[in-house]
Design a protein around this ligand. Structure first.
Ligand SMILES: [Zn+2]
Length: 489
């Protein structure tokens, strides 16, 4: 039918300690208008100065998106009059942004990145009753804007792009990625046309404060524009807002052209020419990115794709996992065996414990269950020294009591009983008490009723485990009971 072209513009709040052109604190939730100074309030005669940390973080994102860092990058003034920007212009980048012509590979599809540019955020307007209040704490906070080419086609693709970008900036530690609080703000543009006819008339969608809304908003808009074209109508080039209560986009205003902003070079900031030392510091700060890491978790550790995605979603969790597997290896477990067991524990019981405690996987680094403690528990279970049931019980107590699993298990008397002579005592006691059941198993065996035979045997194993407080090794119990059954035939 129609071909669709989706591009994204994502604003990324950089986690610098101070604002991008002055020394004010860059923080959320402080009392209104406490983090302000003459520079970010736009007083006459003040001079901005570039926060090199913001430039470095911006270049880190640019490099992670395979962008080229130009030999010279500079700032422009973007003119507009609005109360949230007391200077009446925003310092941004236009002619030579810090990152240019990159790309992201999204499940085998390449999305080109047009640019990444550094700019200052505006203040926050709060409309209440008949007045509007202004909080300038956010004015001047470092923002990186990433712009893609219109290379995506569906809302689903755009959603995956945002998720991957969010993971990337969190891995790099340059943004907390919180879309609801506005740390990551996405605008999308979309046009549709008959196949082979190139781009259509572009509509921009704002107010997409979750990756889900990006998907819903774009799919709604593709449908709406398709209906218009089907009826022989024209799509109006405009900006629309996503209304999350009505699940639809609504017109906002017609789009300004770039010249409406009358960009001109910022005379108060020198051209920035990154030197070798600066570029080296950018490269040194780069980490292994989420997509290659997930691939490595899958290949090196034998995880399923789903496990690798769940663990690789959060850098702290992936770090924790790799540390725990190394510790389990040190305890004598084969790498992939340990990895499989640790992944299972992490994604089930430990996930529940974290959830109960109100912790997110990103906070797992400060969790009482250290990677070494988890490895010790997993190794004890793997070697048959503790039953799975008692191992999981020990897990809860290690977390609750902040203790070493080995000592806790010893004190609780949870070490698995593997001594055949001591197990035989318990088996004999059950044999004495359950003579009839043994007779029934023999009967089932003679009649060839294997199902009944198995059920009854499992019952007898259960009775022996009961007598040993759940500590007897079930395999040894099973073989001793089978031997007794065989003896009587
Ligand atoms: Zn300031």
């Amino acid at each position: 039918m129609y071909q669709s072209f989706i591009g994204l513009e994502v604003h990324i709040h950089l986690l610098t300690k101070t604002k991008v052109f002055c020394g004010c604190r860059s923080a959320f939730g402080d009392a209104p208008n406490t983090n302000v100074c003459p520079v970010c309030m736009g007083y006459p005669g003040v001079l901005p100065s570039l926060n090199i940390e913001a430039m470095r973080m911006g270049c880190m994102v640019a490099r992670a998106l395979n962008c080229r860092i130009p030999e010279k990058t500079w700032f422009e003034r973007k003119q507009y009059f609005y109360p949230d920007m007391p200077k009446n212009y925003q310092i941004s980048q236009f002619g030579s942004p810090l990152g240019q012509e990159g790309y992201v590979d999204l499940d085998g599809k390449r999305v080109r990145i047009k640019e990444c540019h550094l700019e200052e955020d505006a203040g926050k307007m709060i409309h209440t009753g008949t007045v509007s209040l202004l909080d300038y704490n956010r004015a001047g906070v470092a923002l990186l804007e990433m712009v893609t080419e219109p290379d995506m086609e569906t809302g689903e693709e755009a959603e995956r792009f945002i998720q991957q970008l969010r993971r990337t900036v969190r891995y790099l530690g340059v943004c907390d990625g919180n879309m609801e609080e506005g740390s990551l703000r996405a605008d999308a543009n979309v046009s549709i046309n008959l196949p082979g006819k190139g781009l259509g008339r572009k509509v921009e969608i704002k107010n997409l404060n979750s990756s889900r809304f990006v998907r819903l908003g774009l799919n709604y808009e593709i449908q709406r524009q398709g209906n218009l074209l089907d009826q022989g109508k024209r799509v109006i080039q405009e900006t629309r807002l996503w209304n999350e209560n009505r699940d639809q986009t609504e017109p906002m205003r017609t789009k300004e052209n770039a010249q409406d902003y009358r960009y001109f070079p910022e005379p108060d900031l020198p051209v920035f020419a990154p030197d070798a030392a600066f570029l080296a510091s950018v490269e040194a700060a780069l980490v292994e990115l989420p997509a290659p890491r997930m691939q490595r978790l899958e290949q090196d550790y034998g995880l399923s794709r789903e496990q690798a995605e769940l663990i690789g979603d959060e850098k702290a969790l992936a770090d924790y996992f790799e540390e725990a597997v190394a510790a389990a290896e040190a305890q004598g477990l084969a790498k992939q065996d340990g990895a499989g067991r640790i992944a299972n524990w992490l994604l089930t019981d430990i996930k529940h414990i974290l959830g109960r405690a109100g912790l997110t996987p990103s906070g797992i680094g400060s969790f009482r269950l250290t990677p070494r403690r988890l490895a010790a528990l997993v190794a004890l279970v793997a070697r048959g020294q503790v039953s799975m049931k008692n191992g999981k019980q020990a897990l809860e107590r290690v977390v609750a009591e902040d203790r070493e699993p080995e000592a806790l298990i010893r004190e609780a008397g949870w070490e698995q009983l593997s001594d055949p002579a001591r197990i035989a005592e318990a088996v004999q006691a059950v044999y004495a008490a359950e003579g009839e059941t043994f007779a029934l198993v023999r009967g089932a065996l003679a009649a060839g009723n294997r199902k009944r035979q198995r059920t009854l045997t499992a019952y007898l194993v259960g009775r022996v485990l009961e007598r040993t407080g759940g500590r007897a090794n079930p395999q040894i119990v099973g073989s001793q009971i089978e031997a007794l059954i065989g003896d009587g035939v």
